[in-house]
Design a protein around this ligand. Sequence first.
Ligand code: PRP
Ligand code: URA
Length: 209
Amino acid sequence: MNNVYELKHPLIEHKLSILRDKSTSTKEFRELIKEISVILCYEALADVKLDKIEIETPIKKMKTHRLNEDNLAFVPILRAGLGMLDGVISVVPNAKVGHIGMYRDEETFQPVNYFFKVPKNIENREVILLDPMLATGGSACDAIELLKSRGVKKIKFLCIISAPEGIKKIQAEHPDVKIYTACCDEKLNKNMYIVPGLGDAGDRIFGTK
Ligand code: PRP
Ligand code: URA
């Protein structure tokens, strides 16, 4: 699929089987979201450009490469995206962080934006947008549009579980945005929940239900 990178690995399937299980505790759910986010972050940054530098090991000088972490910004979509932040920050500890608040109206399923705060000079940074669930794609596409309206040119979208509907919407509206997902699921149900999915990610991360 165009611009979609799915983690295909038996250990990811193993971790997802625990994450999806309704009897998994809040603690374990949070830990797994974090762990899978680390792996998604490595995948998403496989093409990142490094700066040439010279260092000195205890043995000799050498030319090598290093990431300018300042060029990157992680932007979780609140609330559930916050669950992925610790993991990606452990990979790039000096990246900037922005926040976009979105919730899905329970009747119309349309996203509602209630918060937007991004780092200075966001237009010069590569943005890695975080949300564990890509369902209809409404929240992701609105968040991408908000970022583009601030001049952001390079955006990647990281999610744990994705539905075909959401993938198609991003591909159609933002073909420049690469999607990194641990698993592409089957479909959405009539309540626009991902099937088989894992339920409500925000509620499971924050223990609100
Ligand atoms: C969930 C999820 C996404 C959105 C996905 O958030 O974290 O943001 O739904 O659905 P969509 O692709 O159909 O837009 P929710 O609205 O439940 O808010 P929360 O993160 O505060 O729980
Ligand atoms: N949001 C969630 O948290 N889960 C879904 O399955 C769909 C949207």
